[in-house]
Design a protein. Structure first.
Length: 161
């Protein structure tokens, strides 16, 4: 058995269950799992071993699933999506003039890289991949940094009330 076959046999079930948990659909889980292993095999040279290979596979699977959702968003039922729990939509509030000035003041007071990542994402409309590339970091770092900045802004904005 080759290393690639061993990789597939060892982690197929884990990746399948991970995607099935996200999608709730066996057919989508099968397709995305297959796509995940194709992508992993094609980019195995990029795997640096900095994390567990399962984490790397999950990241590929998650990105593949989200790409699938973006490509097929017309097919996704609104009822199947979780309800938005965030009652404070910062991006929407920025467009409202009263809140806008407060948010800009808070944003200006944030430390780097939070200020720049949030600005690039909201105002520059850059993807996490593009932001990560600018900083020489991972896509996950960009996503986490953006959400931390967003949470800092929310907490400070709630303090104004």
């Amino acid at each position: 058995m080759t290393e690639l076959e061993n990789l597939y046999n060892s982690y197929f079930k884990d990746v399948y269950l991970f995607i099935y948990g996200l999608s709730g659909n066996k057919h989508i889980a099968e397709d995305i799992t297959s796509e995940t292993f194709i992508k992993a095999i094609n980019s195995i040279g990029n795997f640096k071993g900095a994390c567990d290979i399962r984490v790397w596979l999950y990241q590929i699977a998650k990105n593949s699933y989200y790409s699938y959702l973006r490509k097929n968003k017309k097919l996704v039922s609104m009822d199947s999506l979780p309800e938005q729990k965030d009652d404070l939509d910062i991006e929407k509030k920025i467009s409202e003039s009263d809140e806008s000035m407060r948010i800009h003041e808070i944003l200006h007071s944030l430390n780097e890289p939070y200020k720049e990542v949030f600005t690039l994402r909201v105002f520059g409309e850059l993807s996490f991949k593009q932001i990560a590339s600018l900083f020489g970091k991972s896509e996950n770092w960009a996503c986490v940094t953006y959400h931390r900045a967003r949470n800092k802004i929310k907490l400070r904005l709630e303090g104004y009330k």
